[in-house]
Write a protein that binds this ligand. Structure first.
Ligand code: DQA
Length: 142
């Protein structure tokens, strides 16, 4: 089982950015936590983060034929990017949307999610554990 975990803009700033929303764990801590979880479960995982929309599209396209599932937190591109939505639709790989914060309780502009239209599940407000839940859902929960 091969899982690709994609993080969008500003998620490399975890631990520094708005800890009230995103907690104190750093991006490196998140990667370590995901890698450990996947090692224990014999899951092959690739981690990718970019602040650039086109690079995120490229990485999703590269997953075609190479990944069995995608976990994606597109950051602010969740609320704006039709290109990322179309990329996930193009590769037709089961995808789970993750948000660290409880987006549904935040600003109006965060209530739109384009990516959700291409996802089989959405997990919000579970902190970084949401990524592990998404991986478990893709690998065992369906
Ligand atoms: C986020 C929520 C988005 O609204 C925000 O732009 C982010 C992070 C989350 O993980 O809660 O960058 O996706």
């Amino acid at each position: 089982m091969k899982i690709l975990v994609i993080n969008g803009p500003n998620l490399n700033m975890l631990g520094i950015r708005e800890p009230d929303h995103y907690g104190k764990e750093t991006y490196a801590d998140l990667c370590e936590k995901i890698e450990k979880h996947c090692k224990n479960k014999n899951i092959e995982v690739t981690l990718y983060q970019s602040n650039h929309e086109g690079d995120l599209v490229d990485e999703i396209q590269k997953a075609y034929g190479n990944a069995d599932g995608i976990v994606i937190n597109p950051g602010a591109y969740t609320h704006t990017s039709i290109a990322i939505l179309d990329a996930v639709k193009s590769v037709n790989i089961p995808t789970v949307e993750v948000h660290i914060s409880k987006v549904e309780e935040r600003e109006d502009f965060r209530q739109v999610s384009y990516i959700r239209l291409a996802c089989i599940k959405t997990i919000t407000g579970h902190g970084t554990d949401g990524y592990l839940e998404a991986i478990d859902f893709l690998t065992e929960g369906r």
